[in-house]
Design a protein around this ligand. Structure first.
Ligand code: F6R
Length: 631
């Protein structure tokens, strides 16, 4: 949801290549338009384009256009936009500047009171040149300086006037030795290198420069300064006015730049789908005790009593994370017998849930750890007195910090906007959590041991699915595109329902075609009306206890002339032999509760190949951004 970058160095150089490559690493946060501003002597120079940096910013050409090809300089800021106020256009692309083109600003977030501020500034004679909410900040600072304040004081006074959320980076030709940054509600970190400081809205853009960084909390600002003998920074709080706040930098060990590249794959999504076996291995590594037949979730160890006595579990999440939570709900209810209520975060905040926080624990599930709806839900839950736990991927993210305790999913950096490996890792944690809760409620050690040994085998099964079905699913997706299928539904029963939801979400995101998902038995209560020869029903039905019922439902679909793709296991395929149905066969598992981990894989690939066949960008689907930091 918009990506910010800013670099300040005391080793002057042409920073354009570094700015552009950082913007490319941030494309998943927004890619409808982009821009860069640099301070060249006492001139602010800026370039803005419609499109994603990898398509519209070329290093040599940008340097030439800015007139700085051979001239070294020490400050630059950049931005990728995901439009909220004002359509994607050059005029609305960041950086935005003040009237005199001296102050440049990049912003991630939403300024809610910008219209009032803009009116007041216009009365003072300020001239606006965009339709954005962001531009007011440049003019507010300009006005503060005009009124006699220093750059820093004008910045601090301006941000206290803002309502809404922001991650901001600002530079000024009159203070060419510093970048000012501030955060409220939108993520912002800065990396600490030997001769450079790098601010960005995500660690992805910092890690190629340095593995040491500081993440700002809401209400904090920082001055990033370049001096003759190096760089320095100071952190303060614009709410309680404290200054010189000491913070320990986070150091990411064992980070490999390969995580930020597509490697041998044509897209990040393809790479991330194929990483899923190793991601699941990493997620569960060291988190169970085979002998005891139990899960060992270090992050929750201080809350074992709370978990052991919990009478109800609440999950809050959005999108894919919500679908994973719903699978988790079935696992926990089936294995541990605790009722689970899975809430969509954007609804949870405003709902009156008649549950006392006593004996209810809440899990917030999020890949990015920055999703505004989920973050606000956690705040609201804490306010109401719930114990809050996180299942989060990004270390040190806002949700990870806000919850009382939690477990990291260890999916690694996910760059494709459509979530894949993060989903598998969230499921991995839910399998362990369900085991832990079940062992506290009557599951025996041998049963726990069997569960663990099956979980240990799952990465291998995912690998097999990838090896065995990829070609078939690619050909099938091609055929569907050629056939001009108009409507597609993903269907299943029981634990397969949330997997169908996730399959439909992937399909919509990537193909831009509306897709439904229903519990299979619900079809006859209405949705059956849409079935005809132009519809495709993808049914998840490995041979488990509801297989016979599912068989019945698919005959109903067939009798209405609808096309069918059946995802079933080896045993199910035997029963369906000779039926003339299109089958996609996955391995048979001893415990049917594990099917979600393998049945989602062909469906991710189905959406992927369908989208590619349509010529869409699979990593950056239109209208979407990775980390949704606006409500
Ligand atoms: C879908 C997708 C989104 C996210 C949702 C929550 O592929 O990626 O639906 O799952 O926006 O994001 P996180 O998990 O970062 O809170």
């Amino acid at each position: 949801m918009c990506g910010i970058i800013g670099i300040i160095t005391n080793k002057k150089r042409n920073l354009v290549p570094e700015l552009i490559s950082s913007l490319r690493n941030l494309e998943y946060r927004g890619h409808d338009s982009t821009g860069i501003a640099v301070i060249d002597g006492n001139t602010l120079k800026r370039i803005r384009r419609v499109g994603a940096p990898s398509d519209v910013l070329e290093e040599g050409e940008v340097s030439r256009e800015l007139g700085i090809e051979l001239r070294p300089f020490s400050i630059g800021i950049g931005h990728n936009r995901w439009a909220t106020h004002g359509k994607p256009s050059e005029r609305n692309a960041h950086p935005h500047v003040d009237c005199e083109n001296k102050i440049a600003i990049v912003h991630n977030g939403t300024i809610l009171n910008y219209e009032i501020l803009k009116k007041a500034l216009m009365l003072e004679g300020h001239v606006f040149s965009s339709d954005t909410d962001t531009e007011v900040v440049a003019h507010l600072i300009e006005q503060g300086i005009k009124d006699g304040k220093s750059f820093l004081d004008a910045f601090l006074e301006s941000i206290t006037l803002l309502e809404g959320s922001f991650g901001l980076a600002v530079c000024s030709v009159d203070s060419p030795d510093r970048i000012l940054i501030a955060k409220r509600g939108s993520p912002l970190s800065f990396g600490i290198g030997k001769d450079s400081l790098v601010v960005a809205s995500s660690a992805n853009a910092i890690l190629p420069h340095t593995n040491t960084f500081i993440t700002l909390e809401d209400g904090e600002y920082a001055e990033l300064v370049s001096e003759n003998d190096g760089v320095r920074y100071s952190i303060g709080n614009f709410v309680d006015k404290s200054i010189d706040i000491a913070k320990n930098p986070t150091v990411i060990e064992n980070f490999s730049l390969d995580e930020l590249s597509k490697g041998e794959y044509g897209s990040f999504m393809e790479k991330e789908v194929h990483e899923q076996p190793s991601v699941l291995r990493t997620t569960i590594l060291g988190r169970y005790d085979t002998k005891a037949g139990d899960a060992v979730l270090g992050g929750l160890i201080d809350y074992e009593d709370k978990l052991a006595t919990a009478k109800q579990i609440l999950t809050v999440a959005c999108g894919t994370a919500h679908n994973a939570s719903q699978v988790g709900g079935v696992l926990i209810e089936t294995l541990a017998g605790i009722p689970v209520r899975s809430e969509i975060a954007s609804e949870f905040r405003y709902k009156k849930i008649p549950l006392s926080p006593k004996r209810v624990v809440l899990f917030a599930v999020s890949q990015s750890g920055e999703t505004a709806d989920t973050l606000e839900s956690v705040k609201e839950a804490k306010r109401k007195g719930y114990e809050t736990f996180g299942i989060v991927n990004v270390v040190g993210s806002s949700i990870a910090k806000m919850v009382d305790a939690g477990v990291y999913t260890r999916a690694g950096i996910e760059i494709g906007v459509a979530s894949t490996k993060a989903f598998i890792s969230q499921l991995g944690i839910f399998y362990l959590l369900a085991l832990k809760l079940a062992r506290e409620r009557g599951m025996t050690a041998p049963e726990g041991q069997d569960f663990i040994s099956e979980l240990e085998e799952m990465p291998e099964h995912i690998q097999k699915v990838l090896q065995n079905i990829e070609e078939q699913i690619r050909d099938y997706a091609k055929k569907c595109v050629a056939q001009n299928i108009q409507t597609i539904n993903f269907l299943g029963r029981g634990i397969h329902v949330p997997v169908s939801n996730e399959a439909a979400l992937k399909f919509k995101e990537l193909t831009y075609i509306e897709a439904g998902s229903y519990p299979l038995g619900e079809l006859k209560h209405g949705p059956m009306a849409i079935i005809d020869e132009k519809t495709l029903s993808v049914v998840l039905m490995p041979k488990d206890e509801v297989f016979a019922l599912s068989k019945n439902s698919i005959e109903q679909i067939r009798s209405k002339g609808g096309d069918l793709l059946i995802i079933t296991d080896v045993e199910g395929a035997k029963e369906l032999e000779g039926s003339g149905l299109n089958l996609l066969v996955i391995p048979t598992l001893k415990n049917p509760l594990f099917y979600p981990l393998i049945e989602i894989v062909p469906l991710q690939l189905f959406a992927y190949y369908y989208s590619r066949e349509l010529g869409h960008n699979v990593d950056k689907p239109r209208n979407l951004a990775k980390s949704v930091t606006v409500e």
